[in-house]
Design a protein around this ligand. Structure first.
Ligand SMILES: *Cc1c(COP(=O)(O)O)cnc(C)c1O
Length: 379
């Protein structure tokens, strides 16, 4: 699904010497490299504060801790996402409230969010799923009406833009009150181990969070709040700082691959290709909204699992993200859920398939993949 070796070969001349520098300096934790990457990412995103941490799951948890959410507070998020999103809500003894997604964008359905709001609701967690920004203008308006926090789960969306209703653009992850991201190796900006970060423009929240990631310490050995230990190490920061200048070109390479896939599957009656936002529906040269963490097809009247097997037999990796709705996962079942409220997710888990997507795909590979998909579907 990804080609990290191919990508590494192109940046190893930058990474290897910087790795050696860290080894010689022995500043493994909180060294100057971490600070340098943090500053560079703040500048890239145009956000006041980036707080690096150990992984994207921690980042989400710490964001929620920073906002002071308490046991019993309800947090609304999408039924169709990676489990980490709902996991941290439950871990903090908050009440997860899962809602359905939009059938075209796969992102959280704002009408469903509106219906799920109760006096106990404290936050909404939109996920920019597969690299496409959620409907942030409507989510922010709704949140304001009900005095709710918005925590963007930007693990799959880094480097992407959100196009506001007025046509202006903002980077994903700097629209809500706070955002989390992951630097897991296969993410669009990935390191060579685990890593993550929290973004916010709120100075007070940033201060609170900087203490939380460091055992609740604001002054050495004074623990004012219960915190965690979650940090990015210098070696990972080296990788991230070497890759950050390439992030836009990496995302462009992904979009290029997506454009070629879309072309091959265009107007096929059984295949729905990924959509951009409504005003940039086709993936064009100027459309930089979607960053294609995954390239996901929605199939109709196709034996999806048969297709997966056929692709695998031909040496093509593919994935089903995600095969089970979160509301049906054992850990998160809740009698308050009603199947009629999850018709979209219940369908998507049966009909989606994600094709290989990374920065190193070439025309020949894409041609082979699309031909193999079409051979199966068209018999
Ligand atoms: C990857 C991912 C996470 C978790 O990130 P880790 O770094 O693996 O902890 C959270 N949310 C979403 C949507 C993700 O894709």
């Amino acid at each position: 699904m990804v080609d990290l070796q191919g990508q590494y070969a192109k940046i190893k001349d930058v990474i290897n010497p910087s790795f050696n520098e860290v080894l010689e300096s022995a500043a493994f934790i909180n060294g100057p490299k971490v600070h340098q990457f943090q500053k560079n990412l703040e500048e890239y995103l145009d956000v006041k504060h980036v707080i690096p941490c150990a992984n994207g799951t921690d980042a989400l948890q710490i964001a929620m801790m920073g906002l002071g959410l308490e046991q019993g507070d309800e947090v609304i998020t999408a039924d169709f996402t990676f489990a980490a999103t709902v996991e941290v809500i439950a871990l903090l003894k908050l009440t997860p409230v899962l809602v359905d997604v939009d059938p075209i964008t796969f992102n959280i359905d704002v009408d469903a969010v509106r219906k799920a709001i109760t006096p106990k609701t404290k936050a909404i967690v939109p996920v920019h799923l597969f690299g496409l920004a959620a409907n942030m203008d409507e989510i922010m308006t709704l949140a304001k009406e009900h005095n709710l926090y918005v925590i963007e789960d930007n693990a799959q969306g880094i480097g992407g833009d959100y196009r506001h209703n007025d046509g202006s653009k903002t980077k994903t992850g700097v629209i809500g009150h706070v955002a989390s991201t992951s630097f897991f190796p296969s993410k669009n900006l990935g390191c060579y181990g685990d890593g993550g970060a929290i973004f916010t423009n709120d100075n007070d929240l940033a201060h609170t969070i900087r203490g939380i990631v460091n055992h609740g310490m604001y002054k050495r050995y004074h623990h004012d709040v219960v915190g965690v230990n979650s940090r990015l190490d210098s070696l990972q920061a080296v990788v991230l700082d070497a890759k950050l200048p390439h992030l836009d070109s990496y995302n462009n390479a992904r979009r290029n691959a997506a454009r070629q896939y879309n072309q091959a599957f265009k107007n096929h009656p059984k295949i729905t290709t990924p959509s951009g936002l409504s005003d940039c529906d086709s993936i064009c040269d100027t459309c930089d909204c979607h960053v294609f963490h995954q390239y996901t097809l929605n199939l109709k009247d196709v034996d999806r699992d048969g297709l997966v097997a056929h692709l695998n037999e031909n040496g093509i990796p593919c994935g089903v993200y995600y095969p089970i709705p979160l509301h049906k996962q054992k850990a998160y079942v809740d009698e308050r859920y009603n199947e009629d409220d999850f018709t979209v997710t219940n369908q998507l888990v049966k009909s989606v398939v994600s094709l290989p997507m990374h920065t190193e795909l070439d025309d020949e590979q894409i041609g082979f993949i699309t031909k193999t998909v079409l051979d199966f579907i068209d018999g």
